[in-house]
Design a protein around this ligand. Sequence first.
Ligand SMILES: NC(=O)c1ccc[n+]([C@@H]2O[C@H](COP(=O)([O-])OP(=O)(O)OC[C@H]3O[C@@H](n4cnc5c(N)ncnc54)[C@H](O)[C@@H]3O)[C@@H](O)[C@H]2O)c1
Length: 240
Amino acid sequence: MTGAGGGIGQAVAVAFADAGARVMMVDADRGSVERVGRQLRGSGHVVVAADLRAIGAHQELVARARRELGSLRVLAHLAAVLRRRDRLTDVSEADWDLQVDTNLKASFFLCRTVAEAMVAQGTGGRIITFSSQGWWTGGFGGSVVYNATKGAIVTLTRGLARAYGPHGITVNSVAPGQVRTPMLLTDLRPDVLAAMTEATPLGRVAEPEELAGLVVFLASDWASFITGATVNATGGFLMY
Ligand SMILES: NC(=O)c1ccc[n+]([C@@H]2O[C@H](COP(=O)([O-])OP(=O)(O)OC[C@H]3O[C@@H](n4cnc5c(N)ncnc54)[C@H](O)[C@@H]3O)[C@@H](O)[C@H]2O)c1
């Protein structure tokens, strides 16, 4: 899994380990992913500090997962970045490149590399990407570019589901609303957060653990006939 050092990623890693999985945790932030690795129940987990924008390193990452975990059954791909710019005129080319390279370009190449390894294994598999409520709304609080990448993730997920379905590989996306993590809270104006919370029937932001069960479900045999789906987990902020 990727983004394992982040708010939701940490909860997902713990949930996978609690479900009995051996987990390879990948994140660009070595300190946080090592901290998460120390919290997991069970043994055989692997911690890797890597920047997924380095597309050329994906093959070795996947080979290492197969080697050290035994086989590769699931990719939960959460790593992403958000650069809020309240005024669109403040969005720089560097902002664009960072978000598109991390959230979209790396996602395509990583998912493809993992899916091809699953095809070679002949075992089928599960790929779970992360979108956002912003794929539908365009986002709030200066996040247009980020949300354009999250719209692309929905399309990518559908395309990958078509391509790899015949190999028994499902590809689904999780689309959270507001989740209490550094990504949500960094540079977010309090009035924007208050307005989003007010527009959420459950009346609060989610805790990271509330997304983790959905990821484990999509990774499980219980979700064997679900593919190409974008699962809305927004506390009712969106209803579709
Ligand atoms: N928090 C929310 O409210 C929210 C809402 C909608 C969608 N999401 C999505 O959920 C997922 C997890 O978000 P989060 O809230 O836990 O964010 P987070 O910022 O807490 O975690 C993201 C993690 O990704 C890692 N990362 C970033 N760039 C990387 C790279 N190039 N290579 C490797 N790792 C990299 C970061 O180091 C970080 O640990 C993301 O895909 C995000 O877009 C979050």
